[in-house]
Design a protein. Sequence first.
Length: 411
Amino acid sequence: MVGRDPHETGRVATTLELFFDLVFVVAFSVAGVEVAHALAEGHFFVATAGFLFSTFAAIWAWINFSWFASAFDTDDWFFRVTTMAQMVGVAVLALGIPSVFASLQGHEHIDNRVLVLGYVIMRVAMSIQWLRAAQASQRYRGACLTYAVAIWVAQIGWVAVALIDLPLWPAAIASLLLVVVELSGPVIAENSKAGPTPWHAHHIAERYGALTIVTLGEGVVGTIAALQAVVDVDGWSLDAAVLGLTGMAIPFAMWWIYFVIPTGEALHLRRRKCFVWGYGHIVVFMATAAVGAGLHVAALYIEHEAHVGPGVVVATVAVPLGLFCLGILAIYDYLLDFDPLSVLLAGGALAFLAASVVVASAGVSVVVALVIAACAPIFIVVVDELLIGTRRVAALERLRAQADPVDEALA
């Protein structure tokens, strides 16, 4: 475990990494169901706080594992066993998500003990991996030890917060401070004299893409739930067909948008931009999962089990969809340099999303409003195909011609 070659040809995700991704479907699915029911009841604070807390825990553990594996994966028995331990942690974390949402109902405290237990299992297993790399690699020892120390400091804090059972707002403040500790560890490690670790740009881009696809599956699940609700109420009808097509078009267009640029090559040429790119995906992953939850809210509304108006129902899809679109555009502009046409894409997408909420609030059917919302990512896809594709090729050519010596040294 001395470090992988960042220039290794043909580097792809392993079957273990893909299996690891699938386990996170459980956490996203449980969180999606909980947030959908909270939104349908009009408990917006519970939905937002519970969703952010639970999904951040899962996503952050996934991010740290993926970057470690990109730099040090040996795929031997010890690596596999510690990875399995992290997968067990994900399952425990998922079991604790309902308790988090239930405790937030009273606005007094947060019952995060089971969730924290699962998270700590994942993170302790991850720290063992970093310590193993520190022992094996003299070159990267300092960076690996920094990762491990940051993990342990944060875990002591998480356990303390869970056991002390602080009131809600002190617990929230303590949690935010611990999030800062978690996010700071990699920044300090990678910018130390012993860093950066030898992560592989094309491999890490593939890993992020794989989790995006897995998370988009929540949108498909939400679509099936909404479609089943329509069929149960009205039978097979034009509304059912339109809703089914719309529900599939949304995650499909999101997939299209995400993969429009060769991220691996761009990230390899701009390695110094890895942190904003990587951390920015936390918002993208959360928004992607939330779109599926919003479609589930639509299903509850159609079944007359929601206690919110149609405008709110459509907003549960439109808001995270807007965050996804803006997040992807911002990340790509950061990676490839700003393109003025991104303003057109963002403005057009937001216009469609705002219109969908307005027409739903005005009494237009939720199905029609969701069709309008689906036009937001489709608009980005169409404009990108017609106007931006050639500009992106030119931007990549400029990056190749103007390779930064610092980025080349990092590679």
